[in-house]
Design a protein around this ligand. Structure first.
Ligand code: A3P
Length: 298
């Protein structure tokens, strides 16, 4: 484990191979061991930078793959259906899980199992416009009991822009996954396209993972994946996370669920500061289309 000496110590996170991780859940040696994690052809990984629609896609994958889940006959949480690759749960043995295995991860591409880079298994990468992702993260940090709190958005934004938050820099995460995409069997999706056209998004996922749903099953996936329904679905909305990890009295995991909330939160100066960094990082050169406003065309 390497903690940069010039930076103030933070009891809640550690820096490993350039990325910050939460001390509470992640063990650096375990992350390193994932290099040799054995991948099956049928494995599907959901990869995101935090607050990009992870639990939404977790819910969609869970529904696509599990008939019982669609019928409402299963109460297994999505976290158990689509568990986090980088967390070593004492009760789960990934090697003995039946295929197809589904996983979730916030890891950067260079910490993923080697076999994925040999095009074994599939990856669905969901990204979101970074202003909305940042605003969502700002609120989420307030809920996290084991995370150092910032005074205000100005401070949080500086941490976000420099990657001094769990999972590091949004810019590095998205850019490096995208520029290394040829190495993986990967489908890029955006939170915004899911908001604009959930049906097409679900069908896209189905085609990618080779699952065909009849009209009724498709309708059920869409219904159970709406913001309203997920908010009341304890299997989907992470209500199972204990209060000493997530203080749900301070807010909900499913908060606004829309495009462009950053306009309600960021000041003009903050937005301009963000744009400046966005331009410097050359994200606009990637052929990824970010939608910044709910009224913008897809
Ligand atoms: P907001 O905080 O902007 O509301 P993640 O799962 O990666 O942590 O992302 C959380 C964000 O996804 C939150 O954004 C949450 O509300 C949003 N989200 C989750 N489920 C959603 C759904 N069914 N429809 C729209 N947004 C959803």
């Amino acid at each position: 484990m390497s903690q940069a000496t010039s930076e103030p110590a933070d009891p809640f996170m550690f820096k490993h191979r350039g990325i910050y991780f939460p001390t509470e859940f992640i063990v650096p040696e375990y992350i390193d061991s994932l290099e040799h994690f054995e991948i099956r052809e049928s494995d599907v990984f959901l990869v995101t930078y935090p607050k990009s629609g992870t639990i939404w896609m977790q819910q969609i994958m869970s529904l696509i793959f599990n008939e019982g889940h669609r019928n409402g006959t299963e109460s297994i949480e999505n976290n158990a259906r689509v568990p986090w690759l980088e967390i070593k749960y004492p009760t789960m043995d990934y090697n003995s899980r039946p295929s197809p295995r589904l996983f979730t991860s916030h890891l950067p591409y260079f910490l993923m199992p080697n076999d994925l880079g040999n095009k074994k298994g599939k990856i669905i990468y969901v990204t979101r416009n970074p202003k909305d992702a940042m605003v969502s993260y700002y609120h989420f940090y307030k809920l996290m009991v084991k995370a150092s709190q910032t005074e205000n958005m100005d401070d949080f934004m500086e941490n976000y822009l420099s990657g001094r938050v769990f999972s590091g820099s949004w810019f590095d995460h998205v850019t490096s996954w995208y520029t290394n995409r040829e190495d993986f069997n990967i489908l890029f999706m955006t939170y915004e396209e899911m908001i604009k056209d959930l049906r097409s998004s679900v069908l896209k996922v189905c085609r990618f993972v080779g699952k065909e749903l009849d009209e009724q099953a498709l309708a059920t996936v869409m219904e159970k994946a709406t913001f309203k329904n997920m908010k009341h679905d304890p299997v989907a909305n992470y209500t199972f996370i204990p209060d000493d990890v997530l203080n749900k009295k301070k807010g909900d995991f499913l908060r606004k669920g829309t495009i462009g909330d950053w306009k309600n939160i960021l000041t003009v100066a903050q937005s301009e500061r963000f744009d400046k960094v966005f331009l410097e990082k050359k994200i606009k050169d990637l052929p990824l289309k970010f939608i910044w406003d709910i009224h913008e065309e897809k």
